[in-house]
Ligand binder design. Sequence first.
Ligand SMILES: O=C(CO)COP(=O)(O)O
Length: 254
Amino acid sequence: MARKFIVGGNWKCNGTTEEVKKIVTLLNEAEVPSEDVVEVVVSPPFVFLPVVKSLLRSDFHVAAQNCWVRKGGAFTGEVSAEMLVNLSIPWVILGHSERRAILNESNDFVGDKVAYALSQGLKVIACIGETLEQRESGSTVAVVAAQTKAIADKISNWDNVVLAYEPVWAIGTGKVATPAQAQEVHFELRKWLKDNVGAEVAASTRIMYGGSVNGANCKELASQADVDGFLVGGASLKPEFIDIIKSATVKKNA
Ligand SMILES: O=C(CO)COP(=O)(O)O
């Protein structure tokens, strides 16, 4: 089954109202392949979601960067999945390594979050990835498999899930995974899905790559068989994000 290329821009904890409006203008004026070829999702900080949603072209979509693990209530500082749905925010990024590492989100907690967000009707970009230490000790595949299992154990429908493989050592470091390194892990993840969830889910679930993707390295990464898109941090705040969106055509012409 054809997996539509997907490019996400994770703006992380960046931006002022003025800067956010500038990025939206840049996106709105860009000439990019049609929605049939590439799905574009941008993820501003919570406070800017309404303004971005209201100004952004209708063929691009918005994502929150996180949400609370269960139904909202007395959880000071949290934002619930219900609130995102109420604001017609279709997507949420969950399990980003910055939240796993800095805010101690465990595999189980991320699995619960994914399950709850899906139950409320959100689409989820679920992030996984190994640290440098884990890669150097040869446990990359075991680590990403355990992270994926914690999600798989809690959900029964993968239709609204996209995996984002983001090796921690490549995030914000300028040290991008080589196309072969990315392809190897994406292949193993798809195999894990096939062996543990099912052949159909393995064939249809998109796996994005994230970690120092930029306008110069995106085409070669996009040409890898199991790379179905990108989750972009730093470069999603710059004009080169448009070039990354355009790299979807590498797939179309493959
Ligand atoms: O964490 C990332 C996207 O979620 C990747 O960040 P960079 O593209 O800045 O390395």
